[in-house]
Write a protein that binds this ligand. Structure first.
Ligand SMILES: [Zn+2]
Length: 282
């Protein structure tokens, strides 16, 4: 082999491994798959302008989401959506706080909506499709046990950590009426029911000011505005909402003329149900 041939072979190997490296990096890039899912709807549906809707949702969820957040919603004759991970009734996560099965029962008994957040709080950007299926089934079994019913079926899902992949979203799109993410914005016009936009309701005062501004915008232009948080407390975690700020935002939503409804109640106006069995009618 001549020197020139050696150089040619070496270059081919370098180019090949470079492409392979790029492919591997893309395949394992959370950012790439999150963006791909964001701009490639799995379950498109139309949210017409005109009427405005606001939904308050709680992830994980800690007890204060019901005891503080739920109580505030109820004072304004509204209800929320609570995404439940069965694991947190067994393991007290320092970011979540103690949660008993009785809290899950209370959420349903008080007219709020129970939805699925996977059993193990899985990262849907990395988990395999069959693992996610198994984990979702496990969460339904755990919910049935906690609610003392024979079986339970969730109709709505929220992606833990907001992480999503094409495979994970395909599972969610096939099994649930909606999947809720954490990409901010308003669901208006053509939207993706398998990756609903939602806005964090925690952080500094600017977050609460922005939330009220979004409510006014939706009241004027129509669309569906979804908020998500975790705990609601006078001394919230980094992922939780201050009690007085939460009440201020709920008050603004009520005063705006928007319909303040659990996520499933809004979805039902635009989407046929995938698993149309409310969890307590089993
Ligand atoms: Zn979560």
């Amino acid at each position: 082999m001549t020197a020139a041939q050696t150089l040619h072979v070496t270059n081919r190997i370098n180019i090949g491994s470079g492409v392979q490296s790029l492919v591997n990096r893309v395949a394992h890039s959370r950012r790439f798959w999150n963006i791909a899912c964001r701009f490639w709807p799995a379950r498109p549906f139309n949210v017409p302008g005109g009427q405005g809707f606001v939904s308050f949702t709680f992830d994980d969820f800690p007890a204060s989401a019901l005891e503080q957040g739920g109580a505030i919603l109820e004072r304004y004759d509204a209800r929320g959506t609570y995404y439940w991970s069965g694991r947190f009734t067994l393991v007290t996560d320092p970011n979540v706080g103690p949660l008993a099965a009785s809290h899950l029962r209370a959420v349903a008994d008080r007219g709020h909506e129970v939805a699925c957040h996977s059993y193990g709080h899985l990262d849907c950007a990395t988990v395999l499709a069959h693992e996610l299926e198994d984990d979702i089934a496990r969460n339904a079994t755990a919910a049935a046990h906690a609610l003392s019913c024979n079986s339970a079926t969730f109709e709505h899902f929220a992606y833990p950590y907001g992480q999503v992949s094409l495979a994970g979203r395909r599972v969610v799109a096939g099994r649930f009426s909606t999947g809720r993410g954490i990409f901010p914005g308003v669901n208006r016009g053509w939207s993706d029911a398998a990756l609903l936009r939602a806005n964090a309701l925690y952080g500094g005062n600017d977050v609460y000011i922005k939330a009220i501004s979004l409510i006014r915008e939706v009241a004027f232009h129509g669309g569906w505005l979804i908020f998500f948080t975790h705990d609601v407390s006078d001394t919230p975690s980094a992922y939780g909402t201050r009690t007085d700020a939460f009440e201020e935002v709920v008050h603004a939503a009520r005063e705006s003329g928007c319909s303040v409804l659990p996520l499933g109640r809004v979805a039902a106006q635009f989407l046929p149900p995938r698993r149309a069995r409310p969890i307590l009618q089993e």
